[in-house]
Ligand binder design. Structure first.
Ligand SMILES: Cc1cc2nc3c(=O)[nH]c(=O)nc-3n(C[C@H](O)[C@H](O)[C@H](O)COP(=O)(O)OP(=O)(O)OC[C@H]3O[C@@H](n4cnc5c(N)ncnc54)[C@H](O)[C@@H]3O)c2cc1C
Length: 500
C-alpha cells in the first residue's frame, strides 16, 4: 500500500520528458498557482513545467550552453499590478522569481533553476513618445531591434540602445547598454530618466533623480534583477538623423600591429559624432565607422590615420537602412526568419535567434598596448580558430563625460572595452572546453599587457573570479547599501547577484 501511494505521488509530479530530461513538477507549483488565482485570474497567464508547446516556446534558450534549464513555470505578466501579485505570492510562499526580458543573459540567469518561476515581461509593450519633452515611455518587454525601428517609424526619434536586435531592453538598459551611437549619445543608462519597478516588499516605485534616487542610481548599471522587476522605462530621445554615413576599413592579420596601434591611438579620442568599433573575425581586422551627421568627412580624417593599403568602403544611407545593416551584421538569426529589409526588424521575436553555444570574456583598458604587446596579440590572432572573434568598442565621447560614481555603471574614463567570443553549434564538453580555452587565453594575455581589472556586467561570465569587484568596482559598496535598503532579505538573487 505504501509502495502504491509512493508510486502515485511520483506519478502526480511527473510531467514529461524534455531534452532527454525527465520533468517533474515542483510541489510548490499548485500552492503558487492557487495563490495567484486567489488574487486575480492568472489561469491563462501561467504556464507550468510540462511537455506542452506553450512551455517549450516560452522556454526557448538561444544559448546552448548546458545545462538546459527547466524552470517551474513562466508567468506572462500584463502590467505592474500582475508583477506585484507575483512578488506577494512569491515572498509569502518562499518561491524564487526571476525576471526575464530578451533572454540574452550569457549564463541564462533569467531562467533560474528548476524551483524558479520566470516573470516573462514580453507583453509589456507600451510605447509613448512625447515630442515636446523628447522622452519615450517604453515597456520592459521590447527587444531593441523592434524598439529602435518603432521609435523611428512612429516619431522619427532615436536613443542610445545596443546593437544586437534580439537583446531585451530590460536586461541591457539596467546593466549598461553600448551601441553604435554611444560615443554620441552615451550608454543606454545615460539616457534613462525614470523606471517603474516592483521591489521585494511588493511596492510599485518610480525611481528617478528626485524620488528613490538611490535606487535610480543603482538601476543604471547595477543590473535590474538585483533589486526587483522593472516594468517600464522613460528614456531621453533625440531627432533621428535622416542619413548616416557608414564606412569600413579592412586589413589582413599581417598588418595587425600598425592597424591596431592606429586604432587605439585614434578611436577613443575621435570626434564624439562617430563610432569606431573594430573587430577581428576570420583573419580580417575591420574598423567600422558610423556617423549620424551623414557626412563622410570624419571617416576620411580617420582613414588618413591608418595604413594606406586597407580596403575602404563607405556610403551615406538612410537611418533605417543603416539600422538594418548594422543589425544584420551583428545578428545570428534562424534560417526561417525573414530579414531582408528594415521593416523586418519589427517582426523579430525571441525565437528568431539562432541557438548557439556562446562564451564571452570581456575587459576594459585605460592604457595603450605597447609594441611588444601588439606582437603578442598578433601571434594570438594567427593561432586563433575561426569560431573565435575579438571585438573592440571605443570609449571617449559622451560615455566618458559621465563620472564613474554618477551611475552604477563604473567603467568610465576608459580607452576601450574589448571582448573575445567563441560561437559554436554543438553544446558538448569538448566545445565548452575549447570555448573556455580560447576566451581565457585572450583574457589572460590582456592581463599581462594592460593589467585590466574590470569586466562588463552585461557579459556575465560564470567563470570570472572576483566578479563583483570587476563588474562594479568602487560602486560596489554603495550598491550593497541600496540592495540592503530595498531587498534586505536578498529575495532577488542569482549566482552572481549583489549580496546584502
Ligand atoms: C548576442 C548578444 C549580443 C549582445 N549585444 C550587446 C550590445 O550590443 N550592447 C550591449 O551593451 N550588450 C549586449 N549584449 C549583452 C546584453 O546587454 C545582456 O546580455 C543583457 O543582460 C540581455 O538582456 P535580456 O533582457 O535580453 O536578457 P535576459 O536574459 O532576459 O536578462 C538578463 C538579466 O537581466 C535581468 N532582467 C531581465 N528583465 C528584467 C526586468 N524586467 N527587470 C529586472 N531585471 C531584468 C534578468 O533577470 C537577467 O539577470 C549582448 C548579448 C548577447 C548574447
Amino acid at each position: 500500500m505504501e509502495l502504491l501511494t509512493g508510486f502515485l505521488l511520483f506519478l502526480s509530479f511527473f510531467v514529461g520528458v524534455s531534452h532527454g530530461k525527465i520533468l517533474f513538477q515542483d510541489p510548490n507549483y499548485e500552492p503558487f498557482r492557487n495563490c495567484l488565482n486567489r488574487n486575480g485570474n492568472f489561469s491563462s497567464l501561467i504556464v507550468g513545467r510540462s511537455n506542452s508547446k506553450a512551455y517549450q516556446q516560452l522556454n526557448f534558450q538561444w544559448q546552448r550552453k548546458p545545462p538546459f534549464k527547466t524552470p517551474m513555470a513562466f508567468v506572462l505578466v500584463r502590467n505592474s499590478r500582475d508583477v506585484q501579485k507575483l512578488v506577494r505570492c512569491g515572498t509569502e510562499l518562499g518561491i524564487h522569481l526571476m525576471p526575464k526580458g530578451g533572454g540574452h543573459s550569457l549564463e541564462k540567469y533569467a531562467f533560474g533553476d528548476s524551483a524558479t518561476v520566470v516573470v516573462d515581461v514580453r507583453k509589456l509593450k507600451i510605447l509613448k513618445i512625447n515630442k515636446v519633452a523628447m522622452t519615450a515611455t517604453v515597456g520592459a518587454g521590447w527587444l531593441i531591434g523592434p524598439l529602435n525601428y518603432a521609435l523611428w517609424k512612429t516619431e522619427k526619434v532615436y536613443t542610445a540602445l545596443g546593437i544586437c536586435p534580439t537583446v531585451g531592453i530590460s536586461g541591457i538598459a539596467t546593466g549598461g547598454g553600448y551601441g553604435i551611437f554611444s560615443r554620441t549619445l552615451g550608454l543606454t543608462v545615460d539616457s534613462t530618466l525614470e523606471m517603474k519597478i516592483v521591489t521585494a516588499s511588493g511596492a510599485i516605485l518610480r525611481p528617478n533623480k528626485r524620488k528613490h534616487s538611490d535606487l535610480f542610481w543603482a538601476l543604471r548599471g547595477g543590473v535590474g534583477s538585483n533589486f526587483g522587476i522593472v516594468t517600464q522605462f522613460v528614456f531621453k530621445v533625440h531627432p533621428a538623423p535622416e542619413h548616416v554615413f557608414y564606412g569600413t576599413l579592412s586589413y589582413s592579420v599581417s598588418q595587425f600591429v600598425e592597424v591596431f596601434d592606429a586604432w587605439q591611438k585614434y578611436a577613443p579620442s575621435a570626434p564624439a559624432s562617430i563610432s569606431a568599433m573594430a573587430e577581428f573575425e576570420n583573419g580580417t581586422f575591420d574598423v567600422h565607422v558610423s556617423d549620424p551627421t551623414g557626412s563622410g568627412a570624419n571617416f576620411e580624417v580617420l582613414v588618413k590615420k591608418f595604413p594606406r593599403n586597407g580596403i575602404k568602403t563607405g556610403m551615406r544611407m538612410t537611418y533605417p537602412d543603416h539600422l538594418f545593416l548594422i543589425s544584420k551584421h551583428f545578428e545570428y538569426l534562424t534560417p526561417a526568419t525573414k530579414f531582408d529589409s528594415p521593416p523586418d526588424l519589427e517582426n523579430l521575436v525571441r525565437g528568431s535567434t539562432l541557438p548557439l553555444y556562446q562564451k564571452r570574456k570581456s575587459f576594459y583598458t585605460n592604457v595603450e598596448v605597447g609594441s611588444l604587446g601588439l606582437l603578442a596579440i598578433k601571434t594570438f590572432l594567427e593561432e586563433m580558430p575561426d569560431l573565435v572573434t575579438l571585438s573592440f568598442e571605443a570609449y571617449g565621447g559622451v560615455i566618458n563625460s559621465v563620472a564613474p560614481g554618477d551611475t552604477a555603471y563604473v567603467h568610465r574614463g576608459t580607452l576601450y572595452h574589448t571582448y573575445v567570443q567563441y560561437r559554436g553549434q554543438t553544446p558538448n564538453a569538448t566545445a565548452e572546453a575549447f570555448g573556455r580555452f580560447w576566451t581565457t587565453k585572450y583574457f589572460e594575455l590582456g592581463k599581462t599587457l594592460v593589467h585590466h581589472t574590470e569586466s562588463y556586467q552585461n557579459y556575465v561570465d560564470g567563470t570570472l573570479p572576483n566578479y563583483l569587484q570587476r563588474y562594479y568596482g568602487s560602486n560596489l559598496k554603495k550598491l550593497m547599501e541600496v540592495k540592503r535598503s530595498y531587498d534586505p532579505k536578498n529575495y532577488f538573487h542569482f549566482p552572481q547577484s549583489i549580496p546584502t
